[in-house]
Design a protein around this ligand. Structure first.
Ligand SMILES: [Zn+2]
Length: 459
């Protein structure tokens, strides 16, 4: 049976519509959209502006538990690499149940913040000694079950990791939980597709970790295997987060990372390049041309001191992008997009940089761009309020002072730049309410469990 919803104002595919009725099928798909309607004709009246929900295109769920434990000085060359060492010690203790509890907590936080799906770049596969669990997919099940517990849609991207550095350097002690030989990785994919391929709101793709952790040959072999299961499944990779990574890639291959990837792999719309931070003009052009998505994780990149993505150049070339909360130092699509623009303002000493004459609103340009890129990178029919798309949406809180007297694109501008508290009130994923009045039905239990896990881990 279908349900119909009335919104006074809604961001539709071709712009803002007024007095909108949207009908949603029992399977959670949008069946029809009509504007200039009477609210008396709908079964439910939405209390605020309606906008599509955001896809979170990059998450390492377990890292939520680590956030806040590494914000101290003492090492003059503190960087991503020193952070990574502390993080490795931290995760050395996690078991599958703890991983599920942490993921459940962060997925509830995501839903409340306006993310309706998550692309989980999942690399914690084995037990702390590196031995496989009885079911090699056990840790993958932990994150998928956490998504199912909370109602967020998930694109699971099991990570393919073999080496600690370019030229097949042997993996280090802290990396034993991540590793797969090619045939083991193939078996993992086989098992995951067998479990989840027919499930609603679950999509499986792959994540070759980085060019330092797998070779281009490994990547192509994994893509061939993936194609056998799903020729449209997403492919994500960490590409150029750190200058040292670029230097190492040049030293070993003679090429920069994006250049090396494009020369050796067929990068197209299925790909998402996470942290394409250190790219030159040529690489930005190639990335934009390829139709792949640049996966930007601004708050994590800021926290780790990674560097700035050259957004103005990339936007000029109509490159696709989306946002992710990555290490979960911050879980909010609004904050990611705000920092994307603010970083450029600080560098260029100008205002309103990431927009153009067609859409002068920075908020609309950023939100709509991230919706499109996020949906593509997740391999999910989402990101638009349009017929045939999943009913993944947010109702904004009209009592949030940032929303007062705002119309159309000003709503998105205020939501991103002027909200001092979360402007998201209700959240629907595939036709089901997961957040109502800012509340998730599992949140109390989740908080209690999460507190228990943290107390145990830091002992
Ligand atoms: Zn990452």
């Amino acid at each position: 049976m279908s349900t119909s919803y009335f919104a006074k104002i809604a961001l539709l595919e071709d712009g803002w519509g007024s007095d909108v009725i949207i009908t949603v099928s029992a399977l959670g798909e949008i069946e029809s959209i009509t504007t200039d309607c009477s609210q008396a004709d709908a079964s439910e009246i939405l209390s605020g502006p309606l906008i599509p929900g955001m896809a979170n295109l990059h998450s390492h769920a377990f890292q939520r538990a680590f956030a806040g434990f590494s914000e101290y000085g003492g090492n003059s060359s503190d960087s991503f690499w020193t952070w990574r060492n502390i993080m490795y010690q931290f995760v050395d203790k996690l078991d599958p149940e703890q991983a599920r509890i942490i993921a459940r907590q962060v997925y509830i936080e995501m839903l409340k913040a306006g993310y309706t799906s998550v692309a989980e770049f999942h690399y914690l596969h084995h037990n702390p000694t590196g031995a496989h669990y009885d079911d090699p997919a056990e840790m993958s099940h932990s994150v998928v079950h956490a998504a199912m517990d909370t109602g967020i849609a998930i694109t699971l991207l099991p990570v393919y990791y073999r080496y600690s550095g370019f030229n097949e350097q042997q993996a280090a002690a802290g990396q034993q939980r991540f590793l797969h030989q090619p045939e083991e990785y193939h078996r993992l994919l086989d098992s995951l597709f067998a479990f989840y391929r027919s499930k609603t709101d679950i999509r499986i793709g792959i994540a070759p970790h980085s060019l330092r952790a797998v070779s281009a040959m490994d990547i192509n072999a994994a893509v061939d295997i993936l194609d056998g299961y799903d020729p449209e499944a997403p492919i994500h990779i960490h590409i150029a987060e750190q200058q040292q990574e670029v230097d190492d890639c040049r030293n070993h291959t003679g090429q920069r990372p994006v250049q090396h990837l494009f020369e050796h792999c067929d990068v197209d719309h299925r790909w998402c390049l996470i942290h394409a931070t250190h790219i030159n003009d040529q690489e930005a052009w190639e990335l934009a041309e390829s139709g792949a998505v640049a996966g930007l994780c601004l708050t994590t990149e800021a926290n780790l001191g990674d560097g700035f993505f050259p957004a103005p150049l990339y936007f000029e070339r109509k490159g696709k992008f989306g946002v992710g909360s990555d290490s979960h130092i911050c879980v909010s699509p609004m904050n990611e997009l705000r920092l994307l623009e603010y970083g450029q303002r600080l560098v260029h000493q100008q205002r309103a940089i990431l927009c153009d004459q067609h859409i002068p609103s920075v908020g609309r340009t950023l939100y709509q761009g991230a919706l499109e890129g996020g949906a593509q990178a997740s391999g999910r029919n989402t990101g638009k309020l349009a017929v045939g798309y999943q009913a993944d949406w947010l109702v904004l809180d009209p009592s949030n002072p940032a929303m007062f007297s705002k119309t159309n694109d000003q709503i998105l501008d205020a939501m991103i730049f002027a909200s001092n508290s979360n402007p998201v009130k209700d959240v629907m994923v595939s036709g089901k309410w997961q957040i109502k009045d800012g509340f998730h039905p599992m949140q109390e239990q989740s908080l209690q469990d999460y507190q228990g896990v943290l107390a145990k881990i830091i002992q």
